[in-house]
Ligand binder design. Structure first.
Ligand code: GTP
Ligand code: MG
Length: 257
């Protein structure tokens, strides 16, 4: 089977316009500079879609949008709440500027950013299969959205030098069972939450945090959840897995909305 990367390159070649779907919580971490360079080389117009905007505040969205608009038209969308999808449809028609035939729209981006979900929200029906498990879309899928728009869904890819386990955990590229160091990843998530939304971390896990470090907080959460090993020690791995799962499911927000 052709590599995921070759599949994506083929989608880019075939498409009239591309949607680079990024995770609105980490727009910079989920932009693929390698792909953007390729788009520039082939002179392909693209739109940056900040998906999962239901998980970030309006202020940070506006900031990200202003910044990214200098690179390409940027639109924020929540596929989950069907927000921004009509706007996206208009933007596709505007950017493609093709009047006399169907417009082929390639959907590309990091794994798990919601590429298939964005397509479904524009189509209005669940035509592109989605999953919380990253790497779900394997080959190319063609989805007719009506009104002259035909989508090509593609598997998620990230640049080869960004295989960082923390990023993969934070972005949900790898689920907790595939991470080599779930505790390390959970500590990063805790640090992010202390910085951006400490109250929520406290209320979600029913702990009260003063100036403890992330490791102490992991233990507090393990204790509070009654995750104990046989000898009564706290099962930190189990606590870490719980935190990663809660984060990846979107139960924990990195900042107040
Ligand atoms: N909160 C929230 N979750 C979303 C949104 N869009 C997608 N998701 C969730 O993100 C996960 C991944 O969605 P997919 O559409 O399968 O993502 P993908 O980019 O196609 O993933 P791959 O095909 O594996 O690369 C699923 O659990 C979706 O429910 C959104 O707008 N908001
Ligand atoms: Mg997919």
């Amino acid at each position: 089977m052709a590599s995921q990367k070759m599949i994506v390159m083929d989608v880019i070649k075939k498409a009239d316009v591309l949607l680079e779907v990024v995770d609105a919580r980490f727009p910079d971490d989920t932009r693929n500079s390698e792909i953007e360079r390729e788009l520039g080389r082939l002179n392909k117009p693209f739109i940056i879609v900040l998906n999962k905007c239901d998980l970030v505040s309006k202020e940070s969205l506006e900031k990200a949008k202003n910044r990214l608009s200098k690179i390409a038209p940027a639109i924020f969308v929540s596929s989950k709440e069907k927000f921004g999808t009509t706007m996206l449809r208009y933007k596709i028609l505007e950017v493609a500027d093709i009047q006399d035939r169907n417009i082929t729209v390639g959907c590309i981006g990091y794994p798990n950013t919601g590429k298939s979900s964005v397509i479904n929200s524009v189509v209005g029906r669940g035509k592109a299969p989605t999953s919380s498990i990253s790497g779900y879309t394997k080959g190319v899928q063609i989805i007719n959205a009506g009104s002259r728009i035909v989508f090509l869904d593609s598997p998620g890819v990230f640049p080869f030098d960004e295989h960082d386990e923390y990023i993969q955990g934070l972005l949900g590229i790898k689920d907790s069972t595939h991470l080599k160091d779930p505790i390390g990843v959970a500590l990063k998530i805790i640090e992010r939450l202390i910085e951006g939304n400490k109250e929520q971390l406290e209320s979600f896990y029913n702990v009260s945090i003063r100036d403890e470090n992330s490791y102490d907080i992991l233990e507090m959460i393990g204790m509070q959840s009654n995750y104990l090993k046989k000898k009564g020690e706290i099962d930190e791995t189990r606590a870490a897995v719980k935190i990663i799962n809660d984060w990846q499911k979107g139960y924990l927000l990195a900042e107040e909305l």
